[in-house]
Design a protein around this ligand. Structure first.
Ligand code: PPS
Ligand code: MG
Ligand code: MG
Ligand code: MG
Length: 370
């Protein structure tokens, strides 16, 4: 072939590949599938959960068979598709390996395998280790949970998994979220959050429940119903002081409600806070159910975990918002499994973030002086 023609054909084929395949398309597709399956798994656990299927971890927080099974499922899928990628997952299998008898282990294996073998749906690929016949052994699934033991860091690719975020909310039958993100060189590139109990449309609280929030850096933030595949782009609306309201944790031990009360008064917010467990708060902020998300340190020096904020922060940024810690610093996902010296979270639309941060400084400064 003539060299000039070969060059032109080369350029055409390269540009058509770029046009048809946006960055992180495979990762996005796999992450949606994994989160969708984990949402079905966790909801099914809630409906049948019995008391002895919940353990208390060293930090006194609860973990259920649903948390373990969902982490195993997501880890199996990630490892099939991207075997070289390390994973920072909230859970590990140490307690399960040490279990006397096999009750919990067997239940977890059953749940993870049920989710793995359920039929392929739109966008699924058998190469992800899913579909009929794809069961794993107990040893394989415990190892899959423990693949989440990566220590994190600043260089290269890594995934974060929070198989059930807001486990306390999950146990109350309220909000919880299945959270997955891909980081490259400590920047979140893909964030997916599945919320099985969240109304699809906040103005219809009794309407359809179950949403998946999806964000890829530079490609916007979208919402998909758990029951279908139609994507809607989300953009944060602009609030006025009288319409502004904020989202915060249910648990006062996780975020200081008294500090957010003070911030609220400084900003002249009259609407009551919307209290909700888990990173569902970030999804709700991205779609405008609230105007800001405040997470105020309780003064005990708690280190936030990267899996509790990485996907949520990207959702808000891609919907047009800003996310910082309570001092206005960017969240640093490159320090390991925790956010290090980032304390608290302030997430809001671009138009109000600076004013909110100012109110946070006034409130926390006043508290320090008191
Ligand atoms: N002391 C303390 N301070 C701050 N945050 C903490 C604390 N303890 C736990 N956690 C983490 O909070 C996660 C739950 O999310 P939220 O706090 O937003 O929701 S809620 O408190 O359940 O309403 C929760 O996530 P899951 O463990 O995945 O449920 C924890 O990682
Ligand atoms: Mg937990
Ligand atoms: Mg969590
Ligand atoms: Mg969790």
């Amino acid at each position: 072939m003539h060299n000039r023609l070969r060059l032109i054909l080369g350029i055409i084929s390269r540009s058509s590949t770029t046009m048809s395949t946006p960055p992180f398309a495979s990762e996005r597709q796999l992450a949606i599938s994994a989160v969708r399956r984990a949402c079905v798994l966790t909801s099914s656990v809630f409906n049948k959960l019995v008391k002895n299927e919940t353990l208390t971890k060293g930090d006194k927080s609860p973990v259920t068979v649903g948390d373990y099974a969902a982490q195993a499922l997501i880890s199996v899928m990630l490892t099939h598709a991207f075997p070289a990628d390390p994973i920072v997952g909230e859970e590990d299998a140490a307690e399960l390996r040490a279990e006397e008898g096999k009750t919990l282990r067997e239940r977890i294996i059953e749940l993870a395998n049920q989710a793995l073998v359920s039929p392929l749906v739109e966008g699924d690929k058998v190469e992800w280790g899913i579909g009929p016949g794809q069961t794993k052994t107990s040893a394989e699934l415990l190892d899959a949970i423990d693949r989440g033991n990566y220590n994190g860091g600043r260089i290269g690719r890594m995934w974060t998994i929070d198989p059930i975020d807001g486990t306390k909310g999950f146990l109350r039958g309220e909000q919880f979220a299945v959270c997955l993100s891909l980081l490259v060189d400590a920047q979140v590139q893909v964030g997916i959050i599945g919320c099985p109990n969240l109304p699809f449309d906040a103005s219809k609280p009794e309407g359809e429940r179950g949403c998946i929030f999806v964000a890829v850096r530079g490609q916007g933030c979208h919402q998909i119903p758990l029951s279908s595949y139609t994507e809607t782009r989300l953009t944060m609306p602009t609030f006025t002081p009288s319409s502004l309201n904020f989202l915060e944790s249910v648990e006062a031990l996780h975020s200081s409600h008294s500090t957010t009360d003070t911030i609220s008064s400084i900003l002249g917010i009259t609407r009551p806070p919307v209290r909700m467990d888990s990173q569902a708060k970030y999804g709700c902020l991205a779609r405008g159910d609230g105007g800001l998300y405040l997470r105020m340190p309780t003064g005990v020096g708690y280190r936030e975990k990267i899996w509790d904020h990485a996907p949520g922060a990207l959702l808000v940024e891609e919907a047009g918002g800003i996310v910082t810690d309570s001092r206005g610093l960017p969240l640093d996902f490159g320090l390991g499994r925790t956010l290090g010296e980032n304390f608290g979270v302030v997430a809001a639309g671009k138009a109000v973030h600076a004013a909110v941060l100012d109110a946070v400084q006034q409130a926390t400064g006043a508290k320090a002086k008191a």
